[in-house]
Design a protein around this ligand. Structure first.
Ligand code: NFE
Length: 460
């Protein structure tokens, strides 16, 4: 007999996520992921000055605000063909990479690890599911010390971002045309000092704990596969995008060879979402067959996975090992998502050291420009956020925003079924998984958390 299990809200993530599972013979037969709160940021943007977009969209989320203000700036710059100076690119890389490290450390220690380890016997670590906890008492104690250290590391990464971002979260210095940061030798040194402390933690502690998780929960390398299609928009660009850009863009569809990303193939279905059309601004609630405020982005009509694993797979050409990889990431799974985040954190640190060396305190950081005061223009910005592919699209009429469209990585990963009935990536990852005890479906939480969902972003 099948049972329906509802987890609402799923905790240890940002925003409001509900998971509904149909379980039969201890196997998940069907899964529905629902974003349960409407926000309407795209609607708020209509009628505003176009240059407000980086400031307003950063407020979508306190975890990835850098990506939103950065990509909103790129969209405006690209609409009139403006390229910010090299120093601005380097500073944006440094603010964004600090935010990536902050986000990955937060995700592993404070959001995901408590699905596997036993925290202290007091709130906020209780009540919790405690089935299938395999770490020894000594390992638990050590991991909890690392949980505590990770809080301090997050503060340090925020400080790094704030050195050039002005403040964090919601940096004030990333603006259309470049940045407003002042580059001095003292600031570069301050950033370097913090980076070396965070680097020590990532290499000595975070990497070791991911390895311990890998050894202790080995079958999770086969659980939570998802659609097997990956998308990355690229990030940490170089002036010459073919030389030293750290994470390139690309698409992997199943076993096929890597394809060049072309945003023309992106679409959004609202078949299972409470909207009247794909603009996402016209709400229709209730609606027959709908169960989420998240829309369903697809690429060439296919369900995609975004995030660190997608970035690493696109960057390794889909090979099983070699290049950047020291783990075998060929099979998407709970473990490979955690492994991909730590691998990319180490890659990022190498990039950050290089960008610091390339900064020139005497060079400009901003190129002034204005949009035409009349007529209609439109633009698009594509960038990787910590959780994956993030796109902003806008149309401006007489310098006021006419429409603004955002597709976030969690929108891609936590989407509901589309008009063809194809489940979203996270839903697909849940289906087919074994659950030891349907009343304590810890396996489902481990799969959901491996995507690092942010519902604040998904339903912006
Ligand atoms: Ni709110 Fe975000 C990231 C974006 S997730 S955290 O990373 O965009 O959809």
């Amino acid at each position: 007999m099948s049972k329906t299990i509802i987890i609402d809200p799923v905790t240890r993530l940002e925003g409001h996520l509900k998971i509904e599972l149909t379980i039969e013979n201890n196997k998940i037969q069907a899964a529905k992921a629902s974003g349960t709160m409407f926000r309407g940021l795209e609607k708020i943007l209509v009628g505003r000055d176009a240059f407000d977009a980086p400031i307003i969209t950063a407020r979508i989320c306190g975890v990835c605000p850098v990506s939103h203000s950065y990509v909103a700036s790129v969209a405006l710059e690209s609409s009139v063909g403006v390229t910010p100076p090299t120093n601005a690119r380097l500073i944006r890389n440094l603010i964004l990479s600090a935010n990536f490290l902050q986000s990955h450390i937060l995700h592993f220690y404070h959001l995901a690890l408590l699905d596997f380890m036993v925290g202290p016997d007091m709130p906020p670590w209780r009540p919790t599911l405690q089935r299938d906890m395999r770490f020894s008492a000594t390992e638990n104690e050590r991991l909890f010390k690392h949980y505590d250290m990770a809080l301090d590391m997050r503060r340090k990464t925020h400080s790094m971002g704030a050195i050039f971002g002005g403040r964090l979260p919601h940096p004030s210095s990333v603006i259309p045309g470049g940045v407003t940061a002042i580059v001095t030798k003292e600031r570069i040194d301050q950033y370097k000092t913090l980076l070396e402390e965070v680097s020590g933690f990532v290499v000595d502690t975070y990497a070791g704990d991911v390895q311990l998780l890998t050894e202790t929960y080995p079958e999770y390398s086969k659980m939570g596969a998802g659609p097997g299609n990956f998308i990355s928009y690229g990030a940490f660009f170089d002036d010459d995008p073919h030389s030293k850009t750290l994470f390139k863009s690309g698409v992997l569809l199943g076993e096929g060879t890597e394809e060049k990303l072309d945003p023309v193939h992106l679409s959004e279905s609202v078949a299972s979402s409470w909207y009247t059309n794909a603009s996402g601004t016209e709400v229709l609630y209730p609606k027959e067959g709908a169960y989420s405020w998240i829309k369903a982005p697809r690429y060439k009509g296919q369900v995609m996975e975004a995030g660190s694993l997608a970035r690493m797979k696109v960057n390794s050409g889909g090979r099983t090992s070699g290049g950047l990889l020291s783990y075998d990431l060929s099979h998407p799974s709970v473990l490979s998502r955690h492994q991909a985040r730590v691998i990319e954190s180490i890659e990022l640190i190498k990039g950050m050291r290089r960008w610091l060396d390339e900064l020139d305190p005497s060079a400009p950081v901003y190129r002034a420009f204005a949009l035409p005061q009349s007529g209609t223009i439109s633009g698009i910005g594509l960038l990787e956020a910590p959780r994956g592919a993030l796109g902003h699209w806008f149309t401006v009429e007489n310098n006021k925003i006419l429409s603004y469209q955002i597709i976030t990585p969690t929108c891609i990963n936590a989407s509901p079924a589309d008009e063809k009935g194809n489940a979203g990536a996270m839903e697909a990852a849940l289906v087919g998984s074994d659950v030891g005890d349907p009343q304590e479906a810890i396996e489902a939480l481990r799969i959901v958390h491996s995507f690092d969902p942010c519902l604040a972003c998904a339903v912006h």
